[in-house]
Write a protein that binds this ligand. Structure first.
Ligand SMILES: [Zn+2]
Length: 431
C-alpha cells in the first residue's frame, strides 16, 4: 500500500471518529458514570473446574469470586466447564491512567491500591499476563479485593490443623511420583506472604527435592538490635523477617520446600521502607517465643530438627538452614553483608563461601566502585551448631550505621538481597 492511500484512509477514519464523539456529547448525560469495567476472559484448560480455573488466578479462596464467576457467565452452580471455551473471570479491567491506581478506579484506600498493585505484579510474574500494568495500561482488579477481601474458603494447601506449611510439594517431598506434581498445582497459596504475595506460581522445578529452613533472628518479645533513622526505631527482627520471607517465596516459586521458622501471621511481605516493630511473632507450630535466650534458640533448633527428621525419612538428602540477622556495631562502622559457618562443618563452610562469592559478583556489577568487603568466618553459634542440617548465618548490615541502613530500609534492596541469596543457593546446587 502506498503512503498516500494510507493517509487518506486514516483521515477518513479520523473524521468518522470525530462525528462519533460529537454524537456522544449530546447523548451522554452531563456527568459520565464511572467507567464500567470489562472482565478478563480466560479459557478453561483440560481438567479445569471452576475451582481450578479461579485458583490459577489466585481467586479461589473468596466466595464472592465464585458467585461473581457464575453470574458473569450465566452458569449454574457446579456447572462443568468446556475445555477451550473462554470464561469471564471476576477480574475487572480498568484502563490505567498512568498516575495512580487510586485515581484510576476511584478509591482512596492506599493499602487497597497496594494490594491491587501486588496482585497485578504477581499475575505478571506468573506469566498470566504478558505485560506490566504500567506498560499496557490494563489494570486488573480482582473482585474480592473490593467485595470480600478476607479469604473464607480454606486453601487446599492448608488442611485443617496445619498452619500453612510453606512447601510446594506437600508431604511427598523428594519423591518422583505423579501426586507430587498434582499437589504442586493445588498448593500455590501461602498466606504467610500476605494478601498481595500469597499466590506463588511455580516458575520451575530447579529446587525440587530440596528443603530449606529459613530463620529470621529474634522476634516475639525480642526485637533484636535497634537502630534509629529519621526519628524512627528500626527493629532488627522486622527487617530480617522481610528479607527471609522474600527469600522463602523465591525458593517456593522454584519448587523447593521452604519453611519460615519465625512467623508473623499478619505481616506478610511489606513494601514500606520503615517496618513497624511488633511482638506477635511465633515459631513454626504456633509456639510462643520464649523469653530466655537459651530456651528461645533451642525452641528453633528443636523445631528444625523435628522437620529435618521427617524429611530425612522421606528420603530427602538436601536440607539447609539459613539464619538471617542484622548486626549491631558502632554507628560509624560500615559493614557489608557477611557470613558465619560452623567450624566443624565442611558443608556449612561451602554454603557460606558459595553465597559469599555470589554477593561479591553482584556487588562488582551493581555497586559504583564494585567493591565488597563482606567476610566469611567460622563461629560456634547455637543455630549453626545445634541444627542437624548444614547451616549458614547471615548478617545483612550494621543496623546503627546510616549507610548500611539503606540496605535494609529500601524495599528494592531487601528484594535484591533475597534474590542474590536465592541465586547463590541455585548456584550451589549446580544450576
Ligand atoms: Zn540478631
Amino acid at each position: 500500500m502506498s503512503g498516500l492511500s494510507a493517509k487518506n484512509a486514516t483521515s477518513r477514519y479520523r473524521s468518522g471518529r470525530a462525528m462519533l464523539w460529537l454524537w456522544l456529547l449530546f447523548v451522554l448525560p452531563a456527568v459520565a458514570p464511572a467507567e464500567s469495567p470489562r472482565f478478563y476472559e480466560a479459557p478453561a484448560l483440560n481438567g479445569d473446574g471452576v475451582f481450578s480455573l479461579l485458583r490459577r488466578y489466585g481467586l479461589d479462596r473468596h466466595s464472592c469470586n465464585h458467585e461473581q464467576f457464575y453470574k458473569l457467565n450465566n452458569l449454574k452452580r457446579n456447572a462443568p466447564l468446556i475445555v477451550g471455551r473462554y470464561y469471564k473471570l471476576p477480574i475487572a479491567i480498568y484502563t490505567f491512567n498512568g498516575r495512580t491506581i487510586r485515581s484510576t478506579i476511584g478509591i482512596d484506600d492506599y493499602d487497597l491500591a497496594l494490594r491491587i498493585q501486588h496482585y497485578n505484579e504477581a499475575m505478571h510474574r506468573a506469566g498470566l499476563r504478558e505485560h506490566d500494568f504500567r506498560e499496557d495500561k490494563q489494570l486488573w482488579v480482582p473482585w474480592h479485593l473490593l467485595h470480600c477481601p478476607e479469604p473464607d474458603i480454606p486453601s487446599p494447601a492448608t488442611p485443617a490443623g496445619s498452619q500453612g506449611e510453606v512447601t510446594s510439594m506437600g508431604p511427598r517431598a523428594g519423591t518422583d511420583d505423579k501426586s507430587a506434581s498434582a499437589s504442586a498445582v493445588r498448593g500455590r497459596i501461602f498466606p504467610i506472604f500476605g494478601p498481595g504475595y500469597q499466590y506463588v506460581p511455580l516458575q520451575d522445578n530447579r529446587l525440587r527435592g530440596k528443603v530449606f529452613y529459613v530463620v529470621s533472628g529474634h522476634g516475639g518479645p525480642d526485637p533484636g538490635a535497634l537502630g534509629k533513622r529519621a526519628g524512627h526505631t528500626l527493629c532488627e527482627d522486622e527487617y530480617a523477617y522481610d528479607v527471609a520471607l522474600r527469600l522463602v517465596r523465591m525458593l517456593v516459586a522454584h519448587g523447593a520446600t521452604a519453611y519460615m521458622i519465625t512467623r508473623d501471621k499478619n505481616d506478610g511481605i511489606r513494601d514500606e521502607r520503615l517496618l513497624e516493630c511488633d511482638t506477635d511473632e511465633v515459631i513454626w507450630g504456633d509456639l510462643t517465643i520464649h523469653r530466655g535466650q537459651k530456651a528461645r534458640l533451642f525452641q528453633r533448633s528443636d523445631v528444625i530438627n523435628q522437620l529435618y527428621e521427617r524429611h530425612r525419612r522421606q528420603g530427602v538428602t538436601d536440607q539447609l538452614t539459613i539464619v538471617i540477622h542484622v548486626d549491631s556495631r558502632s554507628k560509624k562502622e560500615r559493614t557489608d553483608l557477611f557470613f558465619y559457618y560452623h567450624p566443624d562443618s565442611e558443608e556449612s563452610k561451602r554454603v557460606a563461601q558459595v553465597l559469599h562469592r555470589t554477593m561479591a559478583r553482584k556487588y562488582r556489577r551493581y555497586r559504583a566502585n564494585g567493591q565488597y568487603h563482606g567476610t566469611v568466618t567460622a563461629r560456634d553459634l547455637h543455630m549453626l551448631r545445634e541444627v542437624r542440617t548444614p547451616a549458614v548465618y547471615i548478617e545483612l548490615a550494621n543496623i546503627r550505621n546510616a549507610w548500611d541502613q539503606r540496605r535494609i530500609v529500601l524495599t528494592e534492596n531487601r528484594e535484591a538481597l533475597a534474590k542474590w541469596l536465592y541465586e547463590g543457593l541455585l548456584g550451589m546446587y549446580g544450576h
